[in-house]
Design a protein around this ligand. Structure first.
Ligand code: NAP
Length: 314
């Protein structure tokens, strides 16, 4: 059997993404050892109990000692302080990456703490569910999903290539781009839809008082999908919006203009305008399906039932 890709992977944060990475690492035997740290003792104990990590540490600095790959899997807003805490414990030659849904803020907050001789390659797997915590993860989460890497200019090509190979072994397709481009693309494809889901569920909830439970009763329609998305972790999404402010506000501005246009068309009975617009969006949907990006109708989110337990090597 060939040697594992890494001697020790350190997971800082062991929730949905951290635990899924552990499952996928063990599925392929990509690391000889997995160490970890999470904020609470409860999550650390659960991660050991579930076999997600070999050893749990009370501090992130202890967890990264000796690791040749460190993956920050905590909410975006705490990655800067974590980087400051682990900086002096990072092994020379190690790769430090993250999975945060925002990239420019990670480069800004984490980058300055990474010592010389340690390779910093930020990343973002475009895969998730609305679940969180160490029990939420599963080995197939990243299969056939994109993972975006945003290496700073001049970063060691060998480190970037190794991290790319790692994500491919986890099941992903990998693309490289700049942090700013990532944040703009994700603002429209992920962050704005999430905000719309939060907003529409909130609006419906306000209405519920007057509509006598009808919101719940008839939620078998499109609204049900919005409630699922709006059940996502509030801490994670708070940090996404606070840290991708400019791009989200730019997309929100465009969105409001288009919505006003549709509002006008409805008000003035402009059926042609509505039909033309809906025909255009239908073609986009068909393009996504043709590109194989919505094979099972699950969109960005996967169902946990997609995870066969037998896949996972303990
Ligand atoms: P999650 O299930 O809520 O897990 C977050 C983990 O971070 C928990 O283990 C938590 O520990 C730990 N944590 C929180 N604050 C910490 C701190 N100060 N120090 C150390 N650990 C800390 O979240 P997730 O869904 O895995 O998201 C993690 C990251 O992945 C986020 O940056 C998010 O943007 C990104 N991401 C998420 C998705 C998604 O769909 N969920 C998709 C792609 C990327 P405790 O349990 O002890 O609090």
């Amino acid at each position: 059997m060939s040697a594992p890709m890494f001697k020790q992977v350190a997971l800082i944060g062991i929730g949905l993404i951290g635990s899924s990475i552990s499952h996928a690492i063990r599925r392929k035997g990509l690391s000889a050892r997995i160490t970890g740290h999470a904020r609470t003792a409860e999550t650390r104990a659960k991660a050991v109990e579930l076999g997600l990590i070999h050893s749990a540490f009370e501090t992130p600095a202890e967890a990264v000692k000796g690791a040749d790959l460190v993956i920050l899997c905590a909410p975006v807003g705490v990655c800067g302080p974590i980087a400051a805490e682990i900086a002096s414990s990072l092994a020379p030659g190690a790769i430090v990456t993250d999975v945060g849904s925002v990239k420019a803020a990670i480069v800004r907050d984490v980058g300055p703490h990474i010592p010389k001789g340690v390779h910093f390659v930020p990343g973002h797997p475009i895969a998730g569910t609305e679940q969180s915590g160490p029990e939420a993860g599963f080995a197939t989460l990243f299969d056939n999903r994109w993972c975006i890497l945003t290496p700073p200019e001049g970063q060691d090509p060998a480190a970037v290539a190794k991290l790319k190979a790692f994500w491919e072994s986890l099941g992903s397709n990998v693309e490289l781009m700049t942090p700013a481009h990532h944040d703009m693309v994700l603002a429209i494809t992920s962050h704005l839809p999430q905000l719309i889901a939060y907003n529409i569920v909130g609006t419906a909830d306000d209405l519920q008082a007057v509509t006598n439970q009808e919101v719940i009763k008839f939620s078998a329609g499109g609204f049900r999908d919005f409630t699922r998305i709006a059940a996502s972790d509030p801490t994670m999404w708070r940090d996404v919006f606070l840290n991708n402010k400019e791009a989200v506000l730019e997309m929100l501005g465009r969105f409001n203009e288009d919505l006003s246009m549709l509002q006008r068309a409805i008000r003035f009975g402009d059926g042609d305008a509505l039909h033309t617009f809906f025909t255009r969006t239908r073609a986009i949907r068909r393009g996504i399906v043709a590109a194989g990006q919505d094979t099972s109708g699950e969109g960005l989110y996967k169902s946990r039932t997609a995870a066969p337990a037998a896949d996972v090597k303990k």
